[in-house]
Design a protein around this ligand. Structure first.
Ligand code: CTP
Length: 408
């Protein structure tokens, strides 16, 4: 998210250094816009070092890029912390005599202010009227908190804690709640490729989109994620690779995927097997490219041997507190329903949850929408999300949370 943090001239500006750091650590692009008064408390080098972007107070710098409006236009969220009584008054009247003022007028993003001032200034009818005006315009206020102030007096006027301001601001901007914070997740995605010879393989139509969406949803909700990617298109993997809480591990074959899962699963709280793992591999992979000349007749026969069932291995080795989730892609035949098939597989696999979806020539693969039935270990239907793969992913994590709440 592109976040503009306005800083105005109050001693609480030192706390905003931590606020900026929290946002940067979360992976947001943060641009700090201090006022001239703010830099008397905390200087430009600090803001530049902590935000990793150049910082200026003036509308006359970087004019070629029309910075006085471009920051506001680009912003997904604007936070003003601390917001002094003077700044609140300027915001209420729409004054724009510095870069923060122009940015605030140019933005259509949610604006969150964290007032900080002495109690008398906060309670003054002028400030109260300004706050009422700003709230009526949709500005969100966080605090001020009640407590000790710099003059030794106490009362409402302290800037709220950076963690609280960040949480309120991200919620205002529609960012998901960090309800999976601290969860260690392993997610597999994509289809394995089982080599026949140096140029050929047996693969499947999995694009990896659903697995990547599962990984991203968890990371956006605060989990630390290891994404074990079999064959996944770079374009699909891109956003996940860039996420600060996703570590991508590559695997090609079912055996490589099994080894990677074995390596990562021990520490995990939740493991989601969204990868389409080949059930069989070629017994004797040819070192040289197979040629038609070498084939004895008009056809060739490949001898296939069974791969280990990774999910079954995970279920068998599951430790206390670990949640194991499988996926099942089914093509129900005549006279049987998707639910029948799903229930049989849920019973056979023994995973805590199984996400079952119907696939076909034109269904389930390489598309952005999905519909799944989430079953628990006894075959009960927990949820039937339908929508974007991200929506399905979020529903899956909701089910994981509920399942962990019940059983762990
Ligand atoms: N899976 C696995 N290891 C395998 C094959 C599949 O871990 N060798 C996992 C998949 O990642 C998925 C689940 O098992 O989470 C179900 O995969 P699926 O292919 O539907 O199940 P199979 O047991 O292979 O059943 P089927 O006979 O329907 O192919």
């Amino acid at each position: 998210m592109f976040v503009v943090v306005g800083v105005t001239g109050g001693i609480a500006a030192y706390k905003t250094v931590h606020l900026v750091r929290l946002l940067v650590k979360e992976g947001h692009e943060v641009h700090v816009v201090p006022t001239d008064d703010a830099v008397r408390f905390v200087g430009l080098p600090t803001w530049e070092a902590i935000s990793r972007h150049s910082v200026t107070t003036s509308v006359h710098d970087d004019v070629a890029r029309v910075r006085h409006v471009s920051l506001g236009q680009s912003a997904d969220l604007v936070i003003v912390a601390p917001a002094t009584a003077n700044t609140l008054a300027k915001m209420a009247t729409g004054l724009a005599d510095d870069l923060l003022g122009t940015t605030l007028l140019a933005t259509t993003a949610p604006v969150v202010v964290a007032p900080a001032m002495h109690t008398e200034m906060w309670r003054h009818p002028a400030t109260m009227a300004n706050i009422a005006t700003l709230r009526a315009r949709g500005v969100i206020t966080v605090g001020p908190a009640d407590g000790e102030l710099t003059g030794g007096d106490s009362g409402p006027g302290r800037m709220s804690e950076p963690e609280d301001i960040v949480a309120a601001a991200l919620a205002a901007a529609g960012a998901p709640e960090a309800d999976l914070a601290g969860l260690r997740a392993v997610v597999t995605a994509g289809g394995t490729r089982e080599p026949i010879d140096p140029v050929r393989f047996i693969g499947n139509r999995s694009s990896g989109k659903q697995g990547v969406a599962v990984a991203l949803a968890a990371a956006d909700r605060g989990a630390d994620v290891v994404l074990i990617a079999a064959y996944v298109d770079e374009g699909v993997l891109g956003e996940a690779s860039a996420h600060p809480r996703v570590r991508v591990v590559r695997a090609g074959t079912a055996a490589e995927l099994a080894a990677a899962v074995g390596h990562e699963a021990g520490e995990a709280d939740a493991i989601v097997m969204a990868a389409a793992v080949a059930d069989y591999r070629v017994a004797d992979v040819s070192e040289a490219k197979l040629t038609k000349d070498a084939a004895a007749g008009p056809g060739v026969t490949l001898h296939l041997v069974e791969n280990d069932d990774i999910l079954a291995g995970l279920v068998g080795a599951r430790r206390e507190g670990q949640t194991v989730v499988g996926f099942a892609a089914e093509t129900p035949g005549e006279g049987e329903t998707l639910l029948d098939r799903g229930r049989r597989k849920a019973a056979r696999k023994g995973a805590d949850l199984l996400a079952v979806n119907q696939v076909g020539w034109a269904q389930g693969f390489e598309v952005d929408e999905n519909e799944v039935m989430i079953l628990d270990a006894s075959g009960g239907v927990v949820a039937t999300p339908r929508g974007s793969k991200r929506e399905v992913a979020d529903a899956l994590w909701d089910a994981v949370r509920e399942n962990r709440g019940k059983t762990k």
